[in-house]
Design a protein around this ligand. Structure first.
Ligand code: NDP
Length: 293
């Protein structure tokens, strides 16, 4: 296994989990956190405590930063600027693609290499072979430190040269997650209005509906999304509006709020008003791509 020295800066729940995985793997690990006491448990397990962020950065060829956001990363690393030359920063803090791209230039001005990444799991999943992290930016930088990074999550994926890609994928998938959860919550309330426990719905959704219906539907329209051609012969937007109207009406009839299906209906109605009525459902992506005029 890789046992090169690593520095971890930022010891919140996630940063501490990263440092623990590295220690468990046998990597000499230097740690630093603004609130110094958060390093105590790691030091007791063999981590080396740095007295400053600069000392932490100087201790290893790679510094993994895991703080709240990019402004926090800059607040931590700016005073360590003098130590950054010739070293690599791997930033695993959450942010926006623009912040990730700006961070590359920021690091380059200080002679450092910079790789951006995001963590797709909770702290307790760090260090497992099936744990997913995304990385993007210079591929040479990823390749050089891949063995070390694989200690954090064995199912890591490198997404491409654009440093903003890791956070963009993260944002896209979180949007998918929240939309899916909202859909599930609405469905649970609907069956709940007839006294059905949500666990019964979850079983049916997981055993059959999502894998056999929803996932093939998504996979089936990727060609349309990428080509911009949306045949409506298997059900056009007008037909879908009828179904969505039933969801809204049934929700109202059951005494429920209609926010979740109401948002769907608004989007489909706008698409029909803009001339997409005879196109397939995936044509909604054209409206999503541009702000409403
Ligand atoms: P937080 O997001 O609460 O971040 C806490 C860390 O940020 C602490 O080390 C804190 O230092 C530091 N920090 C915040 N502001 C500053 C600042 N201005 N200057 C210096 N340090 C600062 O905790 P997590 O550990 O949970 O998350 C870290 C990152 O990992 C976040 O970007 C988060 O989105 C991401 N992440 C977290 C997941 C989770 O389940 N926890 C899952 C996936 C990603 P101090 O201790 O001194 O306050």
């Amino acid at each position: 296994p890789d046992t090169s020295p690593v520095t971890v800066v930022g010891l919140g729940p996630m940063g501490a989990a990263l440092a623990e995985a590295l220690l468990a793997n046998g990597n000499p690990t230097t740690v630093w956190n603004r609130t110094a006491g958060k390093a105590d448990r790691l030091v007791a397990r063999g981590a080396r405590r740095a007295a400053s962020a600069a000392e932490a950065v100087a201790a290893s060829p790679v510094t993994i930063v895991c703080v709240a956001d990019y402004p926090a990363m800059h607040a931590v690393l700016e005073p360590a600027s003098g130590a950054l030359a010739g070293r690599t920063v791997v930033n695993l803090s959450s942010g926006t693609p623009e912040q990730a791209r700006d961070a590359v230039a920021w690091a380059e001005q200080r002679g450092a290499r910079y790789l951006d990444g995001v963590i797709m799991v909770p702290p307790e999943a760090i260090g497992r072979p099936d744990t997913v992290l995304f990385y993007s930016g210079q591929s040479a930088c990823y390749d050089a430190h891949r063995a070390t990074l694989d200690v954090l999550g064995g199912a890591a994926q490198y997404l491409g040269d654009d440093p903003g890609l890791a956070v963009l994928y993260n944002t896209a998938l979180l949007g998918l997650m929240y939309a899916t959860i909202n859909g599930f919550l609405h469905a649970a309330a609907l069956v709940g209005s007839a006294g059905v426990a949500s666990a019964a719905l979850a079983r049916i959704a997981g055993d059959w509906f999502v894998p056999s219906v929803v996932l093939p539907l998504c996979a089936g329209v990727t060609g349309q999304i990428d080509s911009g051609d949306f045949p409506g012969d298997a059900g056009d937007l007008r037909a879908h509006l009828t179904v969505i109207d039933h969801i809204v009406r049934t929700s109202r009839d059951q005494g429920m709020a209609t926010d979740v299906p109401g948002a769907l209906r608004d989007l489909v109605e706008r698409a029909i008003a803009e001339g997409y009525g005879d196109k397939g459902y995936a044509s909604l992506v054209e409206l999503i791509r541009t702000p409403a005029g």
